[in-house]
Design a protein around this ligand. Structure first.
Ligand code: HEM
Length: 355
C-alpha cells in the first residue's frame, strides 16, 4: 500500500475499476496517493475488496430491488457503506461467537454484541418491506414478487432478502480478489486471457453473457481460483431421517457432517500439483476430475442459488481488466485463512498498469 507504481502509468482508482466507493478512495488518497487524485497506485486487497464489495453490492441490489443502492455514486450513502461493513463484521464474529461457550458470552459480551448489531443492521437494509406494508410504493420486481405472496410472513421476507444481499457480496469480492492475485503471479496465463478476451470482444466495449460463453480460459481461471480458494471453505449437512454409509464409515442419523471443500479441492489424488494455479487443467478434454472434488458452490438442492449471477459477475469484472495486473515487488506469497469465509491472511498488494 505504501508504494506507488511508476509515474508513467498514471491513472486513478476510479479508472481502474470505475468503482469509486468512497471509503476506498479516501484510504487510497491518504495512505497511498498522498492527496493526488491521479497517480499510479498499488492496491491492497483490503482496499480492493471494499471497491469490489461496492460493485458487487450494486449488482445484487439491482437484481433484488431493480434499483441502485448508490455504491458508484461520488458520495456513497452512509447506510450502504455501513451495510457492506456489517456483512464483513458479521463474518468475522461468526467463528468467534460459535467457538465461545454460552457462559463466556456474559464474560466477554463484545463479540456477540457486534454480531447481533451487524445482523440487525443488515435486516434494516430491507426495510423496504415495511414500506410496502404501509402501502407505500416500492420499485423492484423481485421484492414486489415476494411481498405479493400473501403466505409469506414479514420475517421470511426480511430473512430471504437479507440472506441474498449478504450471500452475494463478500463471496464474489473475495473470488475476484484471489483471481486477480493469481493472475498477477502468472503473467503467461494473464497474457493468454487478455488475448482470448480481445479476440472475442474485437474492440467491442461491453461484454455480454454470450461473449463470456466464448471464453473458456476465463471460466477456467475462475474455476481454478475457486478450487484454490473456495470462499466458503467448508459446509455441513445433517441427515435426519436415516443412517448412511460413506465409504467405510457408518454415520448415524441426526449426525452433523462437516465437509471441508478446501481440503478436497487441494487433494493431490484429484488435482496433480494441487497447490499450483493451473487453469489449463480445466481445459484438458481427456482429463476427468472427480465430480465432487471441487464444489465451491455446493451440490444438490441446497446448493448456491446465486451461482449463475456469481459466475457472470466475476467473469464480467475480470473483463473490465483493461490493465495488466502485477504483484507489488516486495510482496511475498499470501496464504488464505478462514474467518468463516476464506480470506487472505494479510493484504494483497497489486499494481495495475494501464495497457
Ligand atoms: C463466488 C461466489 C459464491 C460462492 C463461492 C458461493 C458458495 C455457496 C455455497 C458453498 C453455498 C452452500 C451450498 C450448500 O450447502 O450445498 C451457498 C449457498 C447460498 N448462496 Fe452462494 N456463493 C456465491 C455467491 C452467491 C450469490 C451472488 C448469491 C445471491 C445472489 C448467493 C446466494 C446463496 C444462497 C441464498 C445460498 C443458500 C441456498 C440454500 O440454503 O438453499 N451466493 N453459496
Amino acid at each position: 500500500m505504501e508504494r506507488l507504481a511508476s509515474a508513467e502509468h498514471r491513472f486513478s482508482t476510479r479508472q481502474v475499476f470505475q468503482l469509486p466507493l468512497n471509503p476506498a478512495r479516501h484510504i487510497c488518497k491518504s495512505r497511498c496517493l498522498k492527496g493526488q487524485e491521479h497517480a499510479g497506485f498499488a492496491a491492497a486487497l483490503g482496499l480492493m475488496s471494499l471497491t469490489f464489495s461496492g460493485f458487487i453490492s450494486l449488482g445484487i441490489s439491482s437484481v433484488l430491488f431493480e434499483s441502485r443502492i448508490g455504491c458508484l455514486e461520488p458520495e456513497v450513502p452512509k447506510e450502504t457503506e455501513t451495510f457492506i461493513r456489517s456483512i464483513n463484521r458479521m463474518f468475522v464474529m461468526t467463528l468467534l461467537t460459535m467457538a465461545m461457550p454460552k457462559f463466556l458470552h456474559r464474560v466477554f459480551p463484545k463479540p456477540w454484541k457486534i454480531f447481533c448489531e451487524s445482523w440487525d443492521y443488515m435486516f434494516r437494509m430491507t426495510e423496504v418491506a415495511e414500506k410496502v406494508s404501509r402501502g407505500e410504493t416500492v420499485e423492484g420486481k423481485y421484492l414486489t414478487y415476494y411481498l405479493a405472496q400473501e403466505k409469506l410472513s414479514m420475517k421470511s421476507i426480511y430473512g430471504n432478502v437479507t440472506e441474498l444481499l449478504l450471500a452475494g457480496v463478500d463471496t464474489i469480492s473475495s473470488t475476484l480478489s484471489w483471481s486477480l492475485y493469481e493472475l498477477s503471479r502468472h503473467p503467461r496465463v494473464q497474457a493468454a486471457l487478455h488475448e482470448e478476451i480481445t479476440g472475442v470482444m474485437k474492440g467491442g466495449a461491453v461484454p455480454s453473457a454470450a461473449d463470456v460463453a466464448q471464453m473458456p480460459l476465463l471460466k477456467a481461471v475462475v474455476k481454478e481460483a475457486l478450487r484454490l480458494y473456495p470462499v466458503i471453505p467448508s459446509n455441513a449437512r445433517v441427515i435426519s431421517d436415516r443412517d448412511i454409509q460413506v465409504g467405510e464409515y457408518l454415520i448415524p442419523r441426526k449426525t452433523l457432517i462437516t465437509l471441508c471443500h478446501y481440503a478436497t479441492s487441494r487433494d493431490a489424488r484429484f488435482f496433480p500439483e494441487p497447490d499450483s494455479f493451473k487453469p489449463e487443467r480445466w481445459l484438458q478434454k481427456d482429463a476427468s476430475h472427480h465430480p465432487y472434488a471441487s464444489i465451491p458452490f455446493g451440490v444438490g438442492k441446497r446448493s448456491c442459488i446465486g451461482r449463475r449471477i456469481a459466475e457472470l459477475e466475476v467473469h464480467l469484472a475480470l473483463i473490465l481488466m483493461h490493465f495488466e495486473v502485477k504483484p507489488e515487488p516486495e510482496q511475498g506469497p499470501v496464504r488464505p485463512m478462514t474467518r468463516t469465509l476464506l480470506v487472505p491472511e494479510k493484504d494483497i498488494n497489486l499494481q495495475f498498469v494501464s495497457r
